[in-house]
Design a protein around this ligand. Structure first.
Ligand code: SAH
Ligand code: SF4
Ligand code: F3S
Length: 446
């Protein structure tokens, strides 16, 4: 007797944390005998791993879901799952909105997917959104790349930025042990992975919740200690980490990055606003002067470091003058990349209730003006690569030009070069940069 394989599809919204969770959930499903289906309409299990950081992200999910809920009315054996941050935020309410759902599961439950699905296959409609201790995952993730991998380091967030849903949906900080992180990296090294990005919402807060102090009693284990501990994992040639919070970014950490050859000179440190009163209203816990000092210190140790950030425009009460301070900060700091967003009021966050909200027109106008400065700054930053020889880790074929491959330099700029992917995938190569654009480079193998 032949058994037709059960097929699954996952659509992922949101940040790297969600992408990493999706890879782990895919690993669990494959372990259960499911096979990947690129086309959701041919899958009999569909999982939406959702994001609620902004209203637009949340709404996308509902339109996707509506379509599959319609299909489920005709094919009752279809299994429909909503995971991730919208699932956590809405919980039971999602079932009322979409009664066809079989499973609603928050991000802390990603590693429990098999257990939850068994309850579903027993005929239950399941909601798993209670706060739990995140279990170490024993299943191998199904990773999208064969070259670069994400490794979770700290889950959750203990901050309370007044605009942000993350603490509500991801729970309190939970650091994995250094041993578990290193073991995962060693396994990746054995499998031929070359680059690891250590992940956390505030990765530089790593270790604060780990029990005890170090053997000499001196201080709590930190991200800096972790970098030293994992910096010699065989095969892992490059290490990155994201996202850093300015509050926890220390000179000791900067020194470690400068000292450790495998840690890339690339930092993602959101500033959100260039104005101190807005930063205070956001409850960010630093001033723009402190932020500038961090960047200056990074550049003292690593003059060529790449620095990227996130910024929000149109926060409640933001004046034109305050907004211009954000423009000024971007122009002066010379960012390689800034992810920008118009403020979006979110459920159960303090700032959403304030009565000094700005109009959509003002927000859209500021976003456009900020994006212009971001692009101009990025173009200026790209110039430094022209004519230089960069070390590039080749990841994939260029989707738009099969005669080229694409990879990244240590500074994380996307780089294209002529070459054959079967020969070059996973190789560190020297590339002479011949052409630069705002956010990408082109060059030739040397
Ligand atoms: N933990 C990181 C950021 C995580 S959320 C930090 O604190 O820096 C990713 C980005 O989404 C944030 O940096 C912020 O720029 C943006 N963001 C978060 N909430 C938002 C909201 N309500 N409206 C618009 N952008 C938001
Ligand atoms: Fe959100 Fe602030 Fe936590 Fe970042 S630090 S995830 S912006 S609450
Ligand atoms: Fe979105 Fe959740 Fe990440 S809200 S940005 S997927 S932590």
């Amino acid at each position: 007797m032949t058994v037709t394989p059960r097929r699954y599809h996952i659509t992922t919204f949101g940040c790297q944390m969600n992408k990493a969770d999706s890879e782990r959930m895919a690993g669990i499903l494959e372990n259960m005998g499911f096979q990947w289906s690129e086309d959701p309409n041919e899958a009999n299990l569909i999982l939406y791993n959702t994001c609620s950081i902004r209203d637009s992200a949340e709404h996308k999910v509902y339109s996707y879901l509506g379509r599959q809920a319609g299909r489920k009315r005709l094919e009752p054996e279809l299994t429909l799952i909503v995971a991730g941050c919208v699932a956590q935020q809405e919980g039971e309410a999602l079932l009322r909105r979409v009664p066809e759902l079989d499973l609603v599961m928050g991000p802390q439950h990603a590693n429990r997917l098999q257990d939850l699905l068994e309850q579903v296959f027993d005929g239950n409609q399941v909601v798993a959104t209670d706060a739990i201790h995140i279990m170490e995952d024993i299943t191998k993730p199904r990773r999208d790349s064969k070259v670069t991998a994400w490794v979770n380091v700290i889950y959750g967030c203990n901050e309370r930025c007044t605009y942000c849903v993350v603490p509500n949906v991801r729970g309190v900080e939970q650091s994995r042990t250094p041993e578990a992180i290193r073991a995962e990296m060693e396994e990746l090294g054995r499998q031929g992975y070359k680059e690891v990005t250590l992940l956390g919402q505030n990765i530089d807060a790593y270790g604060r919740d780990l029990p005890g102090t170090k053997a000499d009693g001196s201080h709590q284990y930190t991200l800096t200690d972790l970098l030293y501990y994992v910096s010699d994992v065989p095969g892992i040639e490059r290490i990155r980490f994201a996202t850093s919070h300015p509050r926890y970014f220390t000179e000791r950490l900067i020194k470690a990055c400068a000292e450790l050859p495998r840690v890339c000179e690339h930092f993602h440190i959101p500033f959100q606003s260039g104005d101190n009163d807005i930063l205070k209203a956001m409850a960010r816990g630093y001033t723009q002067e402190k932020y500038r000092r961090i960047i200056d210190t990074i550049r003292e140790y690593m003059p060529d470091a790449s620095i990227s950030a996130d910024a929000i425009v149109g926060f409640p009460g933001e004046t034109e003058v305050q907004f211009e301070k954000t423009l000024q900060l971007v122009a002066e700091m010379g960012f390689d990349l800034v992810n920008t967003a118009a403020y979006s009021p979110r459920p159960a966050t303090p700032a959403a209730l304030w009565d000094n909200q700005l109009s959509e027109e003002v927000k859209a106008d500021r976003l456009q003006r900020l994006n212009y400065v971001v692009t101009q700054t990025a173009i200026a930053r790209s110039q430094r690569y022209l004519g230089r020889i960069e070390e590039v880790l080749v990841e994939e074929q260029n989707q738009k030009d099969a005669s080229q491959v694409m990879g990244r330099g240590r500074g994380n700029r996307l780089t294209f070069l002529p070459g054959d992917i079967t020969e070059l995938r996973g190789k560190l190569v020297q590339v002479k940069i011949t052409d630069v654009r705002a956010f990408s480079l082109t060059g030739d193998l040397v």
